[in-house]
Design a protein around this ligand. Structure first.
Ligand code: GLY
Length: 554
């Protein structure tokens, strides 16, 4: 999809009749787990729209991919409603408990206590996913929650087979999962990681989901489930109170938008940094005619724009309900032009300036993309942060809590375990949402619409950039999800790269330019992508070859 003139694009849009059925097929879904993709399609087949399917896919992922997301976590749902073009981002991000304070994770000497914001009850923000699903169903869906949650309830009750990815994630978090009786019971067998194909049943989670199916939002945030959540958290040393749950609300936020080579991106707004950083990188790259540079210089330029956008992320971004942010400026092409002014073609810019920034988010998280036959679409990235979140299942609820509190700056101004420094904009405050990198995105080209996103902590945003660059070069979903990845996030001042992302010769040349390199042992990310070709009406999709997910068009 090379650059077309805006005039041609406008002609094409005018030519497309507004009521045209969006797609020849019933719909397309790409998610990180085949059972979630299949359940979403079953809901489309029952007459549900993309928003109903989005409830189902998220709920099934909560059951079968408990290491990535869940009802004890949160996320962002980017929606496009076909009938009127309405677009919105549902912010179902976790909030800090009302009893939290900026020094929650510091000892009496003001030092960060290792692990406190990662493991156990103190690490858990107030979940947003149950509220977001209830909101999605009530405001945008057609089917009752009793229908859309049914597949997840069944899988929680009857169980699902353990796969290799589950085993790897459980192995990583085994010591923490063993700490808590309810977690052991739910996710381990005989105190060990379950063998392949063992069946994991979660009857208490099934019961909590059943209450949500019956009572919606209040089934989770008020009544017996809420009471058990608060009692269980407090008995294990946590600080939750009933008003934390009763006051939780989903926020509808205006997405952020940008344009690159005639392609229009719509992406996540704060409290995610994703859309702003993505659009800043694209705006900066638009200053260069990338096609004219040899591959190594293109990669150098991509790294330099990542460096600058991630520096701004660290400096400025946080929860918009608590912090004033110069969002319009950060996504302004003129501002990007200023950022690129000191990019040199023959030298890396050292990351000298120490912004008061934020930490690297957890490695897990999940993403799914949906387009239905009417053209409604959903791009959703959900998280409980680290694999298996805080590793704490609240007794009597089946709810595994997130450890999203680690996405706050534990101590503004000091480096965190990943070598990044924490900032004021993202300091802990009661009721505040922690900064995220989740970047659910739509891209409209002259040919159609892409829906894409991925997990992967702070690397999420640079993965989206690689995907969109592959799209700009004319590739389809397979190319976006499989493109080799490299990443720079300002600090630490290194290029991380997957095997195969930088040729040996390129590595040498990049080092000669002054870059420091950090080869990774394996790939990262798990992108789920769809494309609706508006010229022929066809849908296509791809699930990242690094994961076990599935993209299906029916
Ligand atoms: N915890 C991952 C993120 O929010 O970016």
């Amino acid at each position: 999809m090379r650059h077309q003139s805006p005039f041609l694009w406008l002609l094409l849009l005018l030519w497309l009749p507004p009521g045209l059925p969006a797609a020849q097929e019933r719909g397309a879904i790409a998610s990180a787990h085949p059972l979630a993709t299949e359940a979403g399609h079953a809901i489309l087949a029952q007459g549900g729209n993309a928003f109903d399917a989005a409830v189902t896919v998220a709920a099934v992922l909560a059951v079968v991919e408990p290491y990535s997301s869940g009802m004890g976590g949160g996320g962002f749902w980017l929606l496009h409603r076909a009938r009127d073009g309405f677009e919105v981002m549902l912010d179902g991000r976790e909030r800090a408990p009302l009893a939290a304070h900026r020094d929650l994770y510091l000892d009496s000497k003001g030092e960060v206590v290792p692990g406190l914001s990662v493991n156990g009850t103190l690490a858990a923000g107030i979940p947003g996913q149950p509220a977001a699903l209830a909101h999605l169903a009530a405001r945008y869906g057609r089917l009752p929650l009793a229908r859309t949650l049914a597949p997840a309830i069944r899988l929680a009750r009857e169980g699902f087979p353990v796969d290799g990815h589950y085993r790897r994630m459980a192995e990583w978090r085994l010591e923490q999962l063993r700490q808590w009786p309810a977690s052991k019971q739910q996710f381990l067998i005989d105190d060990a990681v379950p063998p392949l194909d063992a069946v994991v049943r979660q009857p208490q989670l099934a019961e909590t989901l059943r209450r949500m199916a019956e009572q919606g939002h209040d089934g989770f945030y008020r009544g017996p489930v809420a009471e058990r959540l608060v009692a269980g958290v407090r008995a294990a040393g946590g600080i939750w109170q009933l008003p934390d749950l009763a006051e939780y609300r989903v926020v509808e936020r205006e997405p952020v938008r940008g344009e690159y080579r005639g392609m229009k991106s719509t992406s996540a707004a704060p409290p995610s940094s994703g859309g702003i950083v993505l659009i800043s990188m694209l705006n900066q790259l638009a200053r260069f005619d990338l096609d004219k540079y040899p591959s190594v210089q293109r990669k150098h330029l991509v790294v330099e724009v990542m460096r600058r956008a991630y520096r701004d992320r660290a400096e400025y971004l946080g929860d918009p309900d608590f912090v004033d942010m110069p969002v319009a400026r950060l996504i302004d092409p003129d501002y990007a032009a200023g950022l690129t002014r000191d990019i040199q073609l023959d030298a890396a810019t050292p990351s000298r300036y120490q912004p008061a920034g934020t930490g690297l988010e957890g490695q897990d998280t999940t993403h799914y993309s949906i387009i239905d036959a009417e053209g409604n679409r959903v791009s959703a990235t959900l998280s409980i942060n680290y694999p298996f979140g805080s590793c704490f299942v609240v007794p009597g609820t089946g709810i595994l809590l997130n450890d999203e509190m680690d996405d706050f700056s534990a101590r503004p101004g000091a480096p965190n375990v990943y070598g990044l420094v924490g900032g004021e904009a993202n300091a802990i405050e009661p009721g505040k949402r922690m900064l995220s990198s989740m970047t659910p995105t739509f891209v409209e080209t002259d040919q159609g619409v892409a829906v894409l996103g991925t997990p992967g902590g702070s690397r999420i945003i640079s993965m989206l950039l690689h995907g969109i660059l592959a799209l700009a070069e004319g590739g389809g979903p397979e190319a976006w999800v499989s493109r080799p990845r490299y990443h720079h996030q300002y600090l630490p001042d290194v290029i991380q790269f997957e095997p195969g992302a930088l040729y040996t010769d390129e590595q040498r040349q990049l080092m000669e330019l002054g870059h420091k390199l950090k080869p990774l042992d394996s790939g990262y990310g798990n992108m789920q992508a769809l494309f609706w070709n508006r010229q022929d009406g066809h849908l296509s999709g791809a699930s990242d070859p690094r994961g076990i997910g599935k993209a299906v068009v029916e």
